[in-house]
Design a protein around this ligand. Structure first.
Ligand code: SF4
Length: 91
């Protein structure tokens, strides 16, 4: 399992992330959020995950093969607004 966190205070809407991982989308505030349904070609056995939103963060937890995409999005973010954690012991 892996956890993707978007720091909404750090995000500045550059959207380098969504070219690396299509689950990143722009929300009504012009800030990145997560929408698993936005992936136009999800791999087999992709996981819609669970998405939680607070005033300051969007947190998605997934158990599929797209952790590399999420990490590429995190590396592309010029504001280090995205954190990807691999959670050991979970599928
Ligand atoms: S690349 Fe970073 S700053 Fe830009 S929209 Fe994505 S999370 Fe926000």
């Amino acid at each position: 399992m892996y956890r993707v966190t978007i720091d909404r205070d750090a995000c500045d809407g550059v959207f380098a992330c969504l070219t690396r991982d299509p689950r990143f989308v722009e929300d009504d505030d012009g800030i990145a959020t997560l929408d698993p349904d936005a992936d136009p070609a999800p791999p087999a056995e992709s996981d819609d995950g669970t998405i939680r939103e607070t005033d300051t963060a969007v947190v998605g937890e997934f158990a599929d093969e797209r952790v590399d995409d999420a990490e590429a999005a995190a590396e592309a973010c010029p504001f280090d607004a995205i954190t990807v954690e691999r959670v050991e012991g979970e599928p």
